[in-house]
Design a protein around this ligand. Structure first.
Ligand code: SF4
Length: 214
């Protein structure tokens, strides 16, 4: 399948270097009025990164630490990927860019969606500084909607099951939150059939555990 045209069309020209862009993101207050704990953008990016992880938005624990995926969801995600913390948190290998950079607060059904102001302001500008990305993990519905557009299936489970359609650039995943345990139990094929393929892809991009490609 052809890569979704939307991804190609949305990449803008670089307007400043990566370091300057990250400084600007960290100083952002664009939607501060809507953030219950205030702005604290949590993002990891290095120009040489080959694996990109696109999640939803930081939770309260990640907001407190400022470290991406520093929670139970992150522990499970690292287990799914077969990655230790040293590689996962190495920005020269792995970029971690959520659809919303700051904790959006909680609603009735859990954390609120990523703030809609964030991606148009920053997301594509940041991706333009990551030219070596070979594989993008789309963790959850917001990332899948952004990158896959109309190529996304009606249900998240169907999008994940159709992962081969989005290869080699994208790999859609469910969110690894403990709140999604019931989803994983309803879809045993995910851990049995999909995770081994995911680890293979990650290893092909980053090199074997403890090794690492240059
Ligand atoms: S969520 Fe995004 S747009 Fe809003 S303050 Fe944080 S970095 Fe800025």
């Amino acid at each position: 399948m052809e890569p979704p045209a939307r991804f190609e069309a949305r990449t803008p020209p670089r307007s400043r270097d990566l370091s300057g862009l990250l400084d600007a993101i960290r100083a952002c207050h664009a939607c501060a009025a809507h953030l219950p704990l205030g702005p604290r953008p949590v993002v990891q990016a290095g120009a040489d990164a080959r694996l990109l992880i696109v999640g939803q938005a930081p939770g309260a624990k990640v907001h407190a630490s400022g470290v991406p995926w520093d929670d139970a969801s992150g522990a499970r995600l690292r287990e799914w990927l077969g990655l230790g913390a040293a590689t996962f948190y190495d920005p020269s290998q792995v970029a971690i860019v959520p659809m919303g950079f700051c904790y959006p607060g909680r609603g009735g059904g859990g954390d609120l969606p990523p703030r809609p102001e964030c991606a148009p302001l920053w997301f594509d500008a940041l991706l333009a500084h990551l030219p070596r990305i070979e594989l993008t993990l789309l963790v959850g519905q917001y990332a899948q909607r952004h990158f896959l557009g109309a190529a996304r299936k009606a249900r998240l489970a169907d999008t994940v099951a159709a992962h081969a359609e989005y290869a080699p650039r994208f790999f859609p995943l469910p969110h690894p939150s403990p709140r999604n345990t019931a989803w994983r139990q309803r879809h045993p094929w995910f851990e049995r059939d999909v995770l081994p393929l995911l680890r293979e892809r990650v290893q092909a991009v980053l090199g074997p555990p403890g090794g690492g490609r240059t």
